[in-house]
Write a protein that binds this ligand. Structure first.
Ligand SMILES: Nc1ncnc2c1ncn2[C@@H]1O[C@H](COP(=O)(O)OP(=O)(O)OP(=O)(O)O)[C@@H](O)[C@H]1O
Ligand SMILES: [Mg+2]
Length: 325
């Protein structure tokens, strides 16, 4: 352990299965480095049990003094995932998100510690970890648990990094599904405390966000009116993908039309977690309160709304409880 703290500078990636003690170990390292006067960055790469930013995002923070919990760290930069799991299609935003945060952190702090999600097994776990390791090239990879569980990943990690393995503490407490959900709601509630309502207008916005939008060729804005007439409802955004027209609609399209349509109506956006993206990437997140033909009313902490160019939709519905005052 002492040799670990002697690392002059670099990136430390903490890996382990669910409930193996990754976040606790990250916290220990943060405090140990800070107590030695080292400048530390923490990348929270777990969009589920997120500690620094809200769930559904990855985040980066710069702790300035010793802390009791990672949630004391303020997010200075975030990446939008739009899911509480990095599995499946969300793997790519997770990988490019972690990469971006680590790059930003590396330029500003000596030590960058990455706390990860517990997705380490199976095809998704292997792909996620291999991608992270190949792109980030951490100086040190720490596995928590038993060697036999991670042998294939240790082999990969050893190509680029020093690898350390520590057994999980026998005091590790497992979190139930309900506890995880309650943690997420608490984190969202905290994040949106002090937020305000703001309206964003469709005519000046692009739409993106997996799994609905963001991968197709945008339909020309000047032809949306024509398309709306054809489909019998206002079309706020459309993109072509795989012979299909994916649309954000005011209501259910009506009538006979030729196109192969996949649509999402405004009504279904209520309580959705959205990313607010500017020219240089994610600015902040918001929660949809309502939407109409003009725009979308959100709850947000974002003070740079004039820079928002794109709203990233998601399938994440934030619990009613978060909206209660
Ligand atoms: N070394 C330890 N001593 C005592 N308790 C611990 C220790 N490590 C972890 N715990 C406890 O076990 C629980 C799970 O730990 P932790 O949240 O660090 O795991 P994790 O691997 O980050 O979990 P997740 O997969 O949800 O991210 C927590 O309640 C934590 O306080
Ligand atoms: Mg954790």
């Amino acid at each position: 352990m002492d040799s670990l703290l002697k690392i002059p500078e670099g990136v430390i990636l903490i890996l382990g299965k669910v409930d193996s003690g990754k976040t606790t170990f990250t916290l220990f390292l943060v405090n140990a480095f800070i107590s030695e006067g080292r400048r530390v960055a923490v990348v929270d790469a777990d969009p589920g049990q997120a500690d620094i930013g809200p769930p559904g995002t990855l985040s980066l923070g710069f702790p300035e003094r010793e802390i009791q919990k990672l949630s004391e760290i303020l997010p200075v930069r975030m990446a939008f995932i739009g899911s509480t799991s990095p599995a499946g299609i969300f793997m790519w935003p997770t990988v490019w998100g972690v990469y971006d945060l680590v790059k930003f952190a590396r330029e500003r702090r000596e030590i960058v510690i990455i706390d990860s999600s517990g997705l380490v097994f199976g095809r998704d776990g292997y792909t996620l970890i291999r991608s992270k390791i190949s792109l980030i090239r951490p100086d040190l990879v720490v596995f928590l648990g038993e060697e036999r569980e991670y042998i294939h990943l240790i082999e990969e990690a050893s190509r680029y990094s020093v690898v350390k393995l520590f057994p999980s503490s026998p005091s590790v407490k497992r979190k139930s599904f309900e506890e995880r959900k309650a943690n997420r709601i608490r984190r969202w509630k905290n994040y949106f405390t002090g937020s305000f309502e703001a309206e964003l207008y469709w005519d000046s916005l692009k739409i993106g966000g997996f799994p609905h939008f963001g991968v197709g060729i945008p339909f020309p804005r000047e032809r949306l009116r024509e398309l709306s007439l054809e489909l019998g409802t206002t079309i706020l955004w459309a993109e072509e993908y795989n012979g299909m027209l994916k649309c954000l609609t005011f209501s259910c399209p009506k009538g006979d039309f030729e196109v192969n349509l996949d649509w999402l109506s405004l009504e279904s956006l209520k309580h959705t977690l959205v990313g607010l993206e500017g020219r240089e990437g994610l600015i902040d997140v918001g929660l949809v309160l309502s939407a109409d033909g003009n725009g979308v009313l959100i709850k947000t902490r974002c003070v740079r709304l004039n820079e928002v160019e794109r709203v990233l939709l998601s399938k994440l519905k934030v619990d009613e409880e978060v909206f209660r005052d």
